[in-house]
Design a protein around this ligand. Structure first.
Ligand code: ADP
Length: 166
């Protein structure tokens, strides 16, 4: 069975990696699908985000990373994936995920959304929080791989605080 794990992954964190590590043990193939047409403004381009994911999961033989555009249910159909995989952290994720899962079911009843929970230690971790912490100079060891930390520091330095672009 093939599963699609969609998201922005801006950037990938150990929370996402935890979910992927669990998923590859259950599904024959896991396609990590990076959204390229997000409403949200992202810090990294789709290609940059996909490259960071590829580097993070390169040891997992049945994990593949791709960039997608448009509706995830259409992409799932195109890829012949019967499962959309999502991670659930806190109760705060629930309402949005519930709405999205039911909307996607309406759009394509043959694709099932499955939720997985990360290890407790990652259940509060989000890309948004990581970006905020990085912009304040936090040590991100334990939250993201070292090369993601370095990419964040580099990108945020270029944007430069207080409008002083370098
Ligand atoms: P979104 O698509 O909402 O922007 P992300 O790209 O950050 O979210 O994440 C993609 C998927 O991974 C979502 O299902 C999200 O809930 C899940 N996720 C993000 N961070 C974690 C985490 N720390 N633990 C478990 N799941 C997570």
């Amino acid at each position: 069975m093939r599963a699609i794990y969609p998201g922005n992954f801006d950037p990938i964190t150990y929370g996402h990696i935890d979910i992927i590590n669990r998923a590859v043990k259950i599904f024959d193939e896991v396609i990590i699908a990076v959204s390229s047409g997000s409403q949200k403004q992202t810090l990294f381009t789709p290609a940059e985000r996909a490259n960071m994911i590829k580097k993070s999961v390169k040891s997992l033989k049945n994990a593949k990373t791709e960039i997608f555009e448009g509706l995830i249910v259409n992409y799932a159909k195109k890829k012949k994936a019967s499962v959309i995989l999502r991670g659930l952290r806190m109760i705060s994720d629930f309402e949005y995920e519930f709405q999205m899962a039911l909307t996607n079911r309406k759009l394509n009843p043959s694709v099932e959304t499955i939720f997985m929970m990360p290890a407790e230690s990652y259940s509060y971790l989000s890309s948004k929080l990581i970006k905020e912490a990085a912009s304040l100079g936090a040590d991100l060891k334990g939250f993201v791989p070292a090369f993601v930390d370095a990419a964040l520091k580099k990108r945020l330095k270029r944007i430069a605080p207080f409008g002083k672009a370098k």
